[in-house]
Design a protein around this ligand. Structure first.
Ligand SMILES: [Zn+2]
Length: 466
């Protein structure tokens, strides 16, 4: 392992321009795409040649599931634990077997590099292998092992890509320990707090100590930042974690983007008084008011078409006694959608409703200023490449948003991204019941294989399709 920043990510604009001119002259790589596309056209739908091997990929998924395995099924391979370390060692071994040159950066992100024929920015693809406590065997694992299977398939097909390729396993995506989700990709995006290494868990263990064990270095976390321009694009294969694909009976989801999240905390302040002696018309009941507010959130979110969602996930009732009228209730309002404008529009309507309800109930509802996480949209050229790759494999596609957070949302800060979803049985995830069939997993990996080749042929070629 080599610690510190990875050389390719420091590529300069001058290198890229040089690459551009080389690309304009070299037509040698274009036939690669033509050959791939031609196969799809000549063969009947569903009968297209497969490059990834389903049993081999499934075998590695099963084996990875041994690390942190739970008796009730599934895994607890939480980031920064012994199980995570063991899983990482297994995956690094697979990368080396596939001929990848493995490096670990300061944030513990694992990169496996395969050389390209041109001096152009890399194509990056991968996922994460950490899980939530009592999670499943597919969230993150499918994309990580699918990416390594793509490398094995490229080796077998003796394909030389123009772009250098890198498989990435991001550190601690779920954030099960130290409240540090999307850890590795946050460092790559340069948005990690500098003192993150100081964080301790309840047992007093320090994040920085665990990071060292993983081959990282908290004191040099800034060096894990990836320079914009050094990555041509990022593609992640992932399970949907919802039921849209299964219900539509569609094997491949083309992700439109990762939804934005708007989160604020609201408080209804009434007056706590005796439950027996205060007549109904003299009450300032904060809980009755907050309850109406919760229903108003649902009504306003549903008031226009689309996939936007809104949730009130908890309530704190004070003083919280059977014989006292609640005087104060605190609750969050969380809204998510791909369209930031829509989120704001719905939020404004909700606040209007809160004001009206407050007046009627004689209780004041106030909300903190919102915390915003902007939506991260996937690149149109990447969505197109995924559609086309699925189509030539004989697989139907459906466009959908990712309602869950993903490392790709951080990567979108420094490179264009694309995401491929495969179905989750029953829409269940973060559970031992999480399941995607061997065939569905292999479908996703095959589409990833073809998408990488398609992007390799198209991107950085005469300024096309970025
Ligand atoms: Zn995941």
């Amino acid at each position: 392992m080599i610690f510190g920043s990875v050389g390719d990510f420091a590529q300069t604009g001058a290198d890229m321009r040089k690459g551009f001119w080389q690309r304009s002259v070299l037509g040698a790589c274009v036939p690669l795409l033509a050959a791939t596309a031609g196969q799809g056209q000549e063969r009947a739908a569903g009968a297209a040649e497969r490059h990834v091997r389903q049993e081999r990929l499934w075998g590695t998924l099963q084996k990875l599931g041994e690390f942190g395995k739970n008796p009730e099924g599934g895994v607890s391979r939480v980031g920064f634990t012994e199980a995570d370390l063991a899983g990482r060692a297994y995956v690094i071994g697979l990368m080396r077997e596939a001929g990848l040159e493995v490096q670990v950066d300061a944030a513990g992100n694992i990169f496996g590099r395969r050389g390209g024929s041109e001096n152009i920015p890399i194509l990056l693809f991968g996922s994460h292998i950490d899980s939530v406590p009592h999670g499943g065997n597919f969230d993150g694992d499918v994309g990580s092992l699918g990416a390594i299977e793509v490398i094995r398939a490229l080796n077998e097909q003796k394909v030389k890509t123009r772009h250098p390729l890198k498989v990435v396993i991001w550190t601690n995506e779920e954030g099960g320990r130290f409240y540090a989700g999307l850890f590795g990709s946050s460092a790559a995006a340069g948005i990690m707090p500098a003192d993150v290494g100081e964080r301790r868990d309840d047992a007093g263990e320090k994040l920085s100590d665990w990071l060292t064990r993983m081959g990282g270095d908290a004191s040099r976390i800034k060096e894990a930042k990836i320079t914009p321009g050094s990555v041509t694009g990022y593609v992640e294969l992932h399970i949907e974690q919802g039921a849209v694909l299964e219900e539509a009976n569609i094997p491949i989801g083309v992700v439109q983007g990762i939804v934005g999240i708007r989160d604020q905390t609201c408080t209804a302040v009434g007056f706590a008084n005796h439950a027996g002696t205060t007549p109904m018309n003299r009450r300032k009941d904060a809980l009755a008011t907050a309850s109406r507010a919760v229903l108003a959130v649902r009504e306003e979110v549903r008031a226009e078409p689309g996939r936007q969602v809104g949730t009130v996930g908890w309530m704190k009732i004070e003083p919280g006694a059977t014989n006292v009228i609640p005087g104060r209730v605190t609750f969050p309002v969380e809204l998510r959608d791909l369209d930031a404008g829509k989120i704001e529009r719905v939020a404004a309507r909700i606040l209007q409703r809160f004001e009206a309800i407050g007046k009627e109930e004689n209780v004041q509802i106030t909300c903190t200023s919102p915390e915003l996480e902007a939506p991260a949209l996937t690149a149109p050229a990447f969505r197109y490449a995924i559609h086309a790759s699925a189509s030539e494999t004989g697989l139907k596609t459906l466009e959908l948003p990712s309602g869950a957070g993903q490392d790709a949302q951080n990567v979108a800060r420094f490179a264009p991204v694309g995401m491929i979803f495969v179905p989750s049985r029953g829409g269940i995830s973060h559970s031992p019941l999480e399941y995607t069939s061997p065939e569905q997993v292999a479908n996703g990996a095959e589409v990833l294989y073809r998408t990488i080749l398609r992007l390799d042929a198209q991107l950085d070629a005469g300024g096309a399709a970025h």
